[in-house]
Design a protein around this ligand. Structure first.
Ligand SMILES: N[C@@H](CCC(=O)N[C@@H](CS)C(=O)NCC(=O)O)C(=O)O
Length: 213
């Protein structure tokens, strides 16, 4: 089976990169430079007409939407135990990943791209402040979910990786998130995993490559 993951540094494509690495899958990557709008080029729109990363191309079929990609990887590589096997625990993990995708992620985009939320002149700071307020409410919930726990479930899952990406992305904006101590500890813990170390090194190499072009 041939697998190719479209990947952009800092973007949520880091989540499937980590999952595929945890699974021991053989995969290629297709780096996509979002700041050069490569995701709007016709060749990319053929892969994902929504113009987003990630897409996981499975034997020529581009699967989009991160939550679906995580479920596919977990099913395809069951030995990696990337999602809980118990049916109720499984849907709880899907619930966390859906929250990352549909709840938290849009608040991060609101920080990065306030002009997509309101085009009134000088509105950016206010859009960002409102976004931060909602983001903080969600991070408070996540912080209490992670209290006295290593992972969201009794073992590491892709719900941890997805939330890690959300929280790490949040730390790249203002205001500071360090008072979410359980989320911070979760981020530091996950960054010790060899799969995440590999992703961080790969991400760095893609940034260096983009800076040269
Ligand atoms: N609903 C999609 C969202 C994917 C998404 O928004 N990806 C961002 C990167 S984190 C992207 O490609 N942004 C490019 C843009 O919106 O211009 C998913 O969950 O996979």
């Amino acid at each position: 089976m041939k697998l190719t993951l479209t990947f952009s540094p800092m973007a949520c494509s880091v989540v499937p990169y980590v999952a595929l690495t945890e699974a021991g899958a053989t995969f290629d990557t297709l780096p996509v430079n979002l700041s050069k709008h490569e995701h709007h080029e016709p060749s990319y729109l053929k892969i994902n007409p929504k113009g987003k990363v990630p897409a996981l191309i499975i034997d020529g079929y581009p699967l989009t939407e991160n939550t679906a990609i995580q479920i596919w990887i977990a099913n395809q590589f069951p030995q990696a135990n990337l999602l809980p096997k118990d049916p109720l625990e499984f849907v709880k993990a899907v619930s966390i990943m859906s929250w990352c995708a549909a709840g938290i992620h849009p608040k991060l985009t609101q920080q990065a791209r306030p002009e997509r939320y309101c085009d009134l002149p000088e509105s950016a700071a206010s859009v960002q402040a409102l976004g931060s307020h909602s983001l903080f409410e969600m991070l408070e919930i996540a912080d209490s979910m992670l209290a006295n726990r290593e992972w969201f479930f009794d073992h590491f899952t892709s719900a941890d990786t997805y939330f890690y990406w959300c929280f790490r992305r949040g730390t790249q904006f203002k205001p500071d998130l360090s008072h979410f101590t359980n989320c911070m500890a979760h981020m530091q813990r996950i960054e010790q995993r060899p799969s995440v170390q590999k992703m961080l090194a790969y991400e760095k190499s893609v940034i260096a490559q983009f800076n040269k072009t």
